[in-house]
Design a protein around this ligand. Sequence first.
Ligand code: 3HC
Length: 307
Amino acid sequence: KHPAGAPSPDLARKITKVGIVGAGLMASQFALLFVRKLRVPVVITDIDQSRVEGGVAGIHASIDEMQTKGRISPDESNRLKALISGTTDLADFADADWVIEAVFEELSVKQEVFANVEKIVAETCILATNTSSLSVSAIGSGLVHPARLVGFHFFNPVAVMPLVEVVNTPATDDETLATAMVVAKTLGKSAVITADAPGFVVNRVLAKLLGEAMHAVETGTPFEVVDSATAPFGLPMTPFELLELVGLTVGAHVLDTHHAAFPDRFFESPALHELADHGKIFTRDAKGKRTGFDPAAVAIVTKAAAA
Ligand code: 3HC
C-alpha cells in the first residue's frame, strides 16, 4: 500500500471504453468529461429507457451549447456525440475497462450495481464509485475482486471544479490506484488520494460548514442573517447556495452520514430533509439568479426552530 503517495503511473491500465451507471445530472456531467478528455466510447445506463434517453439528450445539449459558444467545432461536436451511447442492457459493458457509478446514495443500491457489473465485466476492469460519503469498502464488501474498486469523487459543477478525491480502501490494489490517478490527470483534474473515512476530506470539512449553517437557522437565526454573515468568508457561494448546488437530498445525506459517524461533532438536520422534499431554499428568476428566500423554506426552518 502507498498511504502517502500514488503508486507509479507505469502500473496504470489503459482505458479504451468507459461504462457509467446512472444517467442523472452528475453522471451526465462526467460522461461528457470522459468523452472530451479520454476520447474513448462511453456507454451510460440507468434503470429505464426514458432515464437513459434523458441522460444522453442532456449530454448532447451540453455538446451543442459548447458548439454554439464557439468552444468546439461542428466536427468535434459530431465526434463527441458519436462516442456517447445509452443502454439499459448491462451486457454492453462487457468490454469496458473502467466502470463508474453515480446512482442513488444508498449502500444496498450501490452494492447491487457493482454485483451486477462484476458479472459482466472482465476481471481487470476497474470499478469506481462517485459516492459522496458512503464507505467505499462497504460498497465493495460483496465483490469477488474488491481490489479493483476505488472511490472517484467528483465535485459540482464537474466541468469546473478542479479536484477529484481518489479513495483508497484497504483492499484497493496499486494498479487500480495508479489507473485512477492517471484517469483523473487525463480528465484535467488534480487528484488527491484519501483514506476511506466518512466524508473523505472535502465533504468532512464542508459538512461542518453546511451543518452549522443549518443548525443556526434551525435554532432561530433567520436564513438572511446566516447567509449574509457567511457571504464575506471569500467562498464562491454561501452555505445555502452550496446546498442547493450539490442538491438538498445529497446535502442531507452527507450530514446524516457525518452525524452517524461522529454524533458528538456533527448535527443531524431534520429541517434539511424537509427542505429536500420541498426542493428549494431560494426563489430564482428565469436566469436562475436568486431573488429571495422561498417562503415555504422559511416556514420549514421557522417551524423547526419553534419545536
Ligand atoms: N456546469 C458547467 N459549467 C458551469 C456550471 C455548471 N453547472 N456553472 C458554472 N459553470 C462554468 C461557467 O460556464 C463558467 O465557465 P467559463 O468561465 O468557461 O465561461 C464558469 O463556470 C464560471 O461560471 P459563472 O461565471 O457563471 O459563475 P461563477 O463565477 O459564479 O462560478 C461556480 C460558478 C463555479 C459554481 C462557483 O460559484 C463555485 O465554484 N461555487 C462553489 C462550488 C463548490 O464548492 N462545489 C463543491 C460542492 S461539494 C460537492 O460537489 C461534493 C458532493 O459530494 C456533495
